[in-house]
Structure formats: C-alpha cells, structure tokens
Design a protein around this ligand. Structure first.
Ligand code: GDP
Length: 448
C-alpha cells in the first residue's frame, strides 16, 4: 500500500458503484489533477473556482466527444485527500466509465489502488487512522445504529477520546520526569494528589472505552439471540415464526434438531442473528449428545436467550433445571403452543407459532432488550483493533497506579506510561507502522 515513490502520481478511479446507473462519479486526485483533466475537458478554466461544478463535454485525445459531464473542482488543501481533486460526474454506463478512465490514464493519471484516496487523506493529515477506519465502517454499515457510530468516528469523536488519553499521558510523563530530576537535586516535587487525580482520570476513560466496545460489537455484528429448550418444545417453529420463513426443520420426533440453525433478522435499528439449537435433555445418543454440547456453547455466546416452554405441558422439572442454568438478566421465558395450553404457566410471554399469537409482542420484547443495550454515549470504541490495543494499555495503567501508591520507582512508572503512549499512537496512526497501515487499508475498495 505504502509506495512513497508513487505518492507523487495523480490517481483516478470510479468512486461510485460499478454497473449501469443514472450517473457515475470518477475521482481524480493529485498535484496534476487539473492539468490532466483539462486535456479532456477544455471547457475548464485554467484556474477554476474550488467547489464549483462546470458542465461541458469530455473528449478523447482524438477530439471525439465521449460524454456530457459535470466536473467539480476542489483546490489543493480543500478536498477529501487534501490534494487538488476533480470529480467527474458522467452518465452511468460502464462503457462511458471505462473509456473516460482510459482517456484520463492517457492524459497522465494512474489507476488508483484500493483505498488510495483515503490513504492520501491520512498521509496528508486530513484524517487520522481512527477516522479512516470510520470511513470504511460507514461504507460497510448495515443498520441505522452502526451507521451513526461510524459517522461519529469519521467526524473524529472517537479520536478525541484517544487524544485526551494521549494528552494526559504526556502530562503525567512530563511531571514524572520533572520529579525524577528534582529528586536527584533534592528538591520538592509535584503534589502527588494532582498526579494521582490525572492517573485515575486516564484509567477511568480507558475503562469506559473498553466497556463500550461490547455494546458496539452488538451493533456491528448483530446481537445473538439463542432459542433453547427441551426437545419438541417448539423452538424451530418459533424461529420460523419470527423469521417468517421455513428456516429450521420442524419435526414431531423429539431430538431432531441436532445442529444449530441460524437466521438473520433486522429489528429496526439493530440486526440480530437468531439461533435455533438442539433440544436439551439427558441422552445416551452420541449424535444428540454432541448437539446438546453445541447448544451450551451457543448459550455461552448469547446476548439474549429465549427459553421455550411448551405450554401444552406446562413448566416441567427439566424446564426448571434448565432455567436455573441460564443468566436471568439475559433470558426471556417464552411460552410456546399457546393454542394447546391447558395449564397456567408463569412465562414472560405466551406465543403460538401455529396461530401467530404473541409473536409480534415477542419481537417487541426483543427490540426493547436490544434498545436497553444500545450505547448512548457520544463516542466509543467500535473497532476490534482499538479494543485490542486499549486492552493492553489497561494493565500498564494498573501497574503505574500500584507503583505510585507504593511510592516506588518513578522510572518504572515512566516506562509503563511511555509504553501506553506508544499504543495510543498506534491507535491514532501517529507512529507510522507499515503493517498497521496495510491492515487498515486492505479492506477498502477501489475509488474510496
Ligand atoms: P423443537 O424440537 O423444539 O424445535 O420443536 P418443533 O418446532 O420442531 O415443534 C415440535 C412439534 O410441536 C411439531 O410437531 C410442531 O408442529 C409442534 N408445534 C410447534 N409450535 C406449535 C404451536 O404453536 N402450536 C401447536 N399446536 N403445535 C406446535
């Protein structure tokens, strides 16, 4: 990705989606953008106004008209990449697009690598690495919530949190270094309370960011809603009723779902993965045993559990046993086969997959559960990369605190703080590390 020798090139690429469309947008960026594009768009003034659109014909080197286009000019320092940039909106035909790109290359441009525009924006300090990742998350967002969080990240709200940690670490380091010098000279050093307060502040911020990641993951990857219960309690039917399709096999023979079956469903702001599991019961059958083990694995990774209770039989001893094993904070007791219910059972919601009764209320309950877990903070960690690095910072800060409390070794404290600072630099992309940069930009598409 990082080719210093190629960074002088003026690059071009289709930035809108491929295929037939109303219009397509081709982006050109680099120090010769205007010079090259003017070879094809002679209607452009030698010095166009930045952020203004100009209408005219795009011509080939042989003076053939290729299309009528709208050209928007962005001057150096006032574009996405920070370089002189031109956006050409042409008619959205793949043949026009390929011919336009070919002509631009003949005029001096080079075809852009995937993510190269954003890479240049990063290299030119228009955005930091966290914001660059925000761009990618925004393009990939699949729900209202993940889109909102990605937009905040692009705006720099997450970066601000990391910058605050950076500032505080630098402050602490400078004080410690002064203290080390002072004590060597036998002078009075910085008041310990101020240092302690600042350190606690950084520890709190880090903790807060780490805990926000879990809920962020819920939004990005979707919440895992796992349906469990005894064999034949109506789990597969419930999954199908929620998904409104025949996703899981429904069978009257107990123990027929031996593997987990998954389906995706979007609940307004967040998407969920619904998982149907093998029925839980004591069994000697080896295949069924494996199924039961898989069910417990699924339950361990569940964000929300729906425990299916067959209302035609009421809550049995086995049901009670299973209920005891589940975390009540994330379990909904769902009565099934309400149409066949004879006994009263204490459940959170009674449903019938056969008549559809209670299904929409159940969906409301799922939505409410997800809403309660929607992060309300203005900025948080949603990227695994940031989480992984912050997770390393946390014990370093804890060690710093322990050293501080026992008043031992300011040099050791300074070491931990410096290491923490390096990790924060890695998050923000301040320490240029080719591997890290490659890792971030490898998932970008061409034109972004
Ligand atoms: P699983 O083994 O827990 O996945 O249960 P299934 O969904 O395969 O259902 C077991 C049996 O109960 C099947 O014969 C279903 O037709 C029946 N069943 C499931 N849900 C309902 C319901 O809401 N009403 C009635 N009357 N029967 C149901």
């Amino acid at each position: 990705m990082f080719h210093p020798e190629r960074d002088e090139d003026t690059i071009c690429a289709l930035s809108s989606g491929a295929g037939r469309a109303g219009i397509s947008v081709i982006r050109v960026s680099g120090k010769n953008a205007l010079e090259y594009v003017r070879k094809n768009c002679s209607f452009l003034a030698p010095q166009p106004e930045s952020h203004r659109a100009y209408l005219g014909e795009f011509k080939s080197s042989g003076d053939d008209s290729i299309d009528q286009v709208l050209v928007t000019y962005f001057s150096f320092g006032h574009s996405y990449t920070g370089e002189e940039t031109i956006e050409i909106s042409c008619h959205g035909s793949p043949s026009i697009v390929s011919e336009t790109l070919e002509q631009l290359i003949q005029s001096g441009c080079r075809a852009a690598d995937p993510g190269e525009f954003t890479f240049r924006a990063f290299m030119n300090d228009r955005i930091d690495l966290v914001q660059a990742e925000g761009v990618l998350s925004l393009i990939e967002s699949q729900s209202r919530s993940s889109r909102r969080h990605a937009l905040r990240q692009l705006r720099g709200e997450a970066s601000k949190q990391f910058q605050k940690i950076e500032e505080d670490l630098l402050w602490l380091l400078s004080r410690l270094e002064i203290n080390i010098d002072f004590s060597l000279e036998g002078l009075q050093s910085e008041v310990p309370e101020t240092i302690s307060a600042k350190l606690e502040g950084v520890i709190d911020t880090t903790k807060h960011l780490l805990s926000s990641y879990e809920s962020g993951r819920l939004l990005r990857e979707g919440a895992r809603v796992v349906i469990c219960g005894r064999p034949n309690s109506g789990k597969s039917s419930l999954l199908n009723a929620i998904l409104q399709e025949e996703r899981a096999i429904v069978d009257a023979t107990p123990g027929t779902t031996r593997d987990t079956v998954e389906g995706r469903k979007s609940f307004g702001f967040a998407s969920t993965v619904l998982v149907d599991t093998a029925g839980i019961r004591e069994t000697e059958d080896p295949v069924e045993k494996t199924g039961v083990k898989k069910t417990f694995d699924s339950l361990a990774g569940a964000d929300l559990i729906l425990l299916a209770i067959d209302l035609s039989q009421g809550m049995t001893v086995e049901d009670e046993d299973l209920k005891m094993k589940l975390d009540p904070k994330k379990t909904l007791i769902v009565g099934t086969k309400k149409d066949k219910a004879t006994l009263f059972s204490d459940v959170d919601i009674a449903t019938s997959s056969k008549t559809g009764e209670g299904i929409s209320e159940l969906e409301k309950k799922i939505l409410n559960f997800l809403k309660a877990h929607e992060p309300i903070d203005t900025a948080e960690v949603i990227q695994a990369r940031h989480y992984g690095l912050l997770k390393k910072v946390s014990p370093m800060l804890a060690r710093t605190r322990a050293l501080f409390e026992t008043k031992s070794g300011e040099e050791f404290m300074a070491f931990e703080l410096r290491e923490s600072l390096n990790l924060i630099y890695e998050i923000l992309g301040k320490n240029f590390n080719e591997q890290v940069i490659h890792q971030v930009f490898k998932d970008f598409c061409i034109g972004k």
